[in-house]
Design a protein around this ligand. Structure first.
Ligand code: PLP
Length: 223
């Protein structure tokens, strides 16, 4: 397999420097990742901790994003280098990231993941849980994390209107909190949109998209 350069150029020109592209390279080879770096791509996203660590060791100069579901006991493996963690969905996890940030003497950037889809299986906070975290008196004591924004995944459906409404809901939440002035919680990133729905996401105000298969081709998991 090799990367789809034409598609990559099409996407980057549509993003027009205003929306950050995270190239989702899970299951893809170092060779393909390097080929995309050669085209100027800087940010890459991975879903699995071990795979991310291995790829980071091979390619340490990339800005690596963790976009999967993160277990508390695995934070320590990515804390030394991760550039943004997209899927934070509990205060417990945020506290652990802070602890590991402290150990590594760095501030770790995080996005809070919001549950916006119809599907039960997708992780994320609801509105009340988000409010509890952002409103918590404890949050400002976490000196080694920075909450930079929100992330969400729309339903897996052909119904464009349903997807659009889910993104719209996330943007409304984002705007209701992005005037906050707490040192370690300033929402500026709205991470929404994948291969199938990134165009809708951008129309609805996304400023960070996570795109895998359009660039790298379909994933094959049983290799
Ligand atoms: C895999 C994944 C993506 C990319 O999916 P594509 O459909 O291949 O673009 C984006 N976000 C998350 C959270 C993912 O797990």
């Amino acid at each position: 397999m090799s990367i789809n350069k034409k598609k990559y150029k099409e996407i980057t020109s549509a993003l027009n420097g205003k929306v950050t592209l995270v190239a989702v390279s899970k299951t893809k080879s170092l060779e393909d990742i390097k080929a995309l770096c050669d085209l100027g791509q800087k940010d890459f996203g991975e879903n699995y901790v071990q795979e991310l660590v291995d790829k980071y060791e091979a390619l340490p100069n990339i800005q690596w994003h963790f976009i999967g579901h993160l277990q508390t006991n695995k934070v320590k493996y990515i804390a030394p280098f991760v550039s943004l963690i997209h899927g934070v969905d509990s205060f417990k996890l945020l506290k652990e990231i802070n602890k590991q940030g402290e150990k590594n003497n760095r501030i770790i950037n995080c996005l809070l993941q919001i549950h916006i889809s119809e599907e039960e299986t997708k992780f994320g906070l609801d509105e009340d849980e988000l409010d509890d975290i952002i409103g918590s008196a404890e949050l400002k004591n976490l000196k080694n994390i920075k909450v930079c924004g929100l992330m969400g995944m729309a339903s897996f459906t052909d119904n464009e209107e349903a997807i659009r409404n889910e993104f719209r809901y996330l943007k409304t939440l984002f705007h209701s909190y992005n005037k906050l002035i707490v040192a370690n919680c300033q929402l500026s990133i709205l991470s929404m949109g994948m291969s199938a729905d990134y165009k809708i996401a951008i129309e609805e105000g996304s400023n960070m998209v996570r795109i895998g298969s359009l660039i790298f081709g379909e994933r094959i998991y049983n290799q």
